[in-house]
Write a protein that binds this ligand. Structure first.
Ligand code: PGA
Length: 251
């Protein structure tokens, strides 16, 4: 049985002060919710507050990016070891906003994934097709290409620490959610690619989330899909009550 993972991706939102307040609110709504894993992926400067505030709870802390080198002359960057030392457990890699605005490619995503796994972080790897690619009927090819390149050199053993977030780019922050059929089909396609790369057992054990305008209203039907093992939630993860409803839906 795959455990569902509900992860909030705050993007560039909330100061450390706001993080403290949010974590207190989230602790109240997430108490005794042991049916799923709960992660908040916060900006780098909020990590210390988030780790401190969630100590002794079932809420885990994630970062939103990581550099692929262990250390060195990379001004402004953060290494996997730095994140681990701060108490971070998860890291989002390859989010479409990083691919779109910060020149991220499947090759750099792959380098980050390997560095994060080797250091001992759990990876939330984001993939997804553009609207145009869906219209062109090449969604399966795009998801296959991203999955294969982003995971190059990752072993079956390391796959235990990889979560894949299927996020159709046209659904991110647009309020336009994939239908349950589209989400289930795409997550199933990705599971098929994992199976071809690592075998059936690894594919059956890999957590594949849906992300893209998941909210308190649509979460339960999306999370009920056979191939959807949780959610990566942007906008709706910024309000503790809404995030709480999504956590409940995953129980
Ligand atoms: P959204 O963002 O829920 O606001 O659409 C999802 C994401 O970017 O991970």
């Amino acid at each position: 049985m795959r455990r569902k993972v509900i992860a909030g991706n705050w993007k560039m939102n909330k100061t450390p002060t706001e993080t403290k307040l949010f974590v207190e609110e989230l602790k109240a709504v997430s108490q005794n919710k042991n049916g799923c894993d709960i992660v908040i992926c916060v900006p780098f400067v909020d990590i210390a507050c988030a780790v401190e505030g969630t100590k002794g709870t079932n809420i885990k802390v994630g970062a939103q990016n990581v550099h692929f080198a262990p250390s060195g002359a990379y001004t402004g960057e953060i290494s996997a070891q730095m994140l681990l030392d701060c108490g971070v457990e998860y890291v989002v890699i390859g989010h479409s906003e990083r691919r779109q605005y910060f020149g991220e490619t499947d090759e750099t995503v792959n380098a980050r994934v390997k560095a994060a796994l080797e250091a001992g972080l759990k990876v939330i790897l984001c993939i997804g097709e553009l609207e145009k690619e869906r219209e062109q009927g090449i969604t399966a090819e795009i998801l296959g290409k991203q999955t294969k390149i982003d995971l190059l050199g990752v072993t079956a053993e390391q796959m235990k620490n990889v979560i894949i977030a299927y996020e159709p780019v046209w659904a991110i922050g647009t309020g336009k959610t994939a239908t349950t059929a589209q989400a289930d089909e795409a997550c199933g396609l990705v599971r098929g690619v994992i199976s071809s790369l690592y075998g059936k057992e690894t594919a059956e054990n890999t957590i594949i989330q849906y992300g893209g305008s998941m909210n308190a209203k649509n979460a339960s039907e999306l999370l009920a899909c056979v191939n959807v093992d949780g959610g990566l939630i942007g906008g709706a993860s910024l309000k503790a009550p809404d995030f709480g409803v999504i956590i409940n839906a995953a129980q």
